[in-house]
Design a protein around this ligand. Structure first.
Ligand code: FAD
Length: 338
């Protein structure tokens, strides 16, 4: 049975269960051992989720609705796509305020005031008939210090309940840059066409090459509990761990160190504008994504990956599609065209 298929049974459960609890059902079945291991590794690595918290039913629904498990990447990265979106917005007369933080959103039916502060200290209040909110769940859930985005009045109870059922996953990703793609030469070129290397026992269980592109770049990846376990470590510690794990994969510590040029990482968990990697649904949170996507009073509209309800949660596709959906909803509400 493929790993994703194991969750099919979760759809028939009387009540939702955590991924951990659901997989426990197969604990005594020796023939399922490898499938269970792969399913857990996927929930942690791909969904960046904690299996003790993640909803087995939501995983079943999302994977069934056609989640793309391939590892395609846009050639040239995301900048060309962002450039295209920016040009389309500029052509439509949209003003963009970069490096500007939203502090407070005051709203009533048909009127929104957004208080902002720029990185050069300028405060501005923007007024509109409607707002599309695309803040990450980690930011929407955060409260209690000066980085909180205050909604005045607070978001309705249904929205807050939805937010309580959607967790931010954790991922640590370290890019390692080498002088040469030395792994391609090892063992008579055995690893030349490898797209990734995996070893569960390492702090970073997955290392991605850029194959089919030839590159000296390796991306070390840890998701879920493994990523949480690394929170608090410094950037140089994490780069060191990623490098030493990559050397360990081939029994080539020295060579990896000699070839290493530079490492880069970003900690999304500690980034106040993200507060996690991307979202997943917690046990019992069946319709939380749909509830989060619902407009409020024809005035606040919600987009972003966490509001995607068709298997695209946690993805760039989900962010793009829900952005278009929310823009259409807002335009309809104020009688404009999207
Ligand atoms: C390590 C990692 C790897 C990933 N890999 C993939 C992948 O391979 N494929 C894939 O499809 N997806 C991947 N994703 C997920 C993808 O990046 C997200 O799903 C997508 O970016 C979500 O878009 P969004 O617009 O919902 O949220 P975000 O991209 O988080 O955008 C929210 C924006 O709000 C801004 N913001 C936050 N607070 C404030 C504030 N107070 N005021 C003003 N602005 C604010 C943030 O700066 C940010 O620009 C990955 C994510 C991570 C972290």
């Amino acid at each position: 049975m493929p790993a994703a298929g194991i969750f099919e049974g979760a759809r028939a459960l009387e009540s939702d269960e955590s991924v951990d609890r659901f997989l426990q059902r197969f604990a005594d079945d020796e023939s399922m051992r490898e499938t269970v291991r792969a399913a857990r590794a996927f929930v942690e690595g791909f969904e960046a989720a904690d299996p003790a918290i993640a909803s087995a039913r939501a995983i079943a629904d999302e994977w069934r609705s056609g989640v793309d498990l391939t590892s395609a990447r846009p050639l040239g990265g995301y900048p060309p796509m962002l450039e295209r979106l920016r040009n389309a917005c500029a052509a439509a007369g949209v003003q963009t305020c970069l490096s500007t933080v939203v502090r407070r959103l005051s709203w009533r039916r048909g009127a929104v005031a957004v208080e902002t502060e720029s990185s050069w200290g300028e405060s501005r209040t923007l007024h509109a008939r409607a707002a599309v909110v695309t803040l990450p769940v980690g930011v929407l859930r955060h409260s209690g210090d000066e980085t909180e985005v205050v909604f005045d009045p607070d978001l309705p109870a249904a929205k807050r309940e939805a937010l309580a059922s959607i967790e931010m996953g954790h991922a640590v990703k370290v890019a390692l840059w080498f002088r040469t793609a030395f792994w391609e030469r090892l063992r008579d070129g055995r690893y030349r066409d490898s797209a990734f290397f995996r070893c569960e026992g390492l702090p970073f269980p997955t290392y991605w090459t850029q194959f089919p592109l030839r590159s000296e770049l390796i991306v070390a990846w840890a998701g879920g509990p493994k990523a949480i376990a690394m929170s608090g470590a410094s950037q140089s510690e994490l780069i060191g761990r990623a490098l030493s794990g990559f050397g360990a994969l081939f029994g080539e510590h020295e060579l990896a160190r000699e070839e290493f040029e530079e490492g880069v990482m970003h900690d999304w968990g500690r980034d106040p504008f993200a507060r996690g990697a991307y979202s997943y649904v917690a046990v019992g949170g069946g319709n939380a994504r749909a509830a989060l996507a619902m407009p409020v009073d024809g005035t606040l509209f919600f987009a972003g990956e966490a509001t995607s309800n068709d298997g695209q949660g946690g993805t760039v596709n989900g962010a793009l599609e829900t952005g278009e959906r929310a823009a259409r909803e807002a335009a309809t509400s104020i009688g404009a065209t999207a």
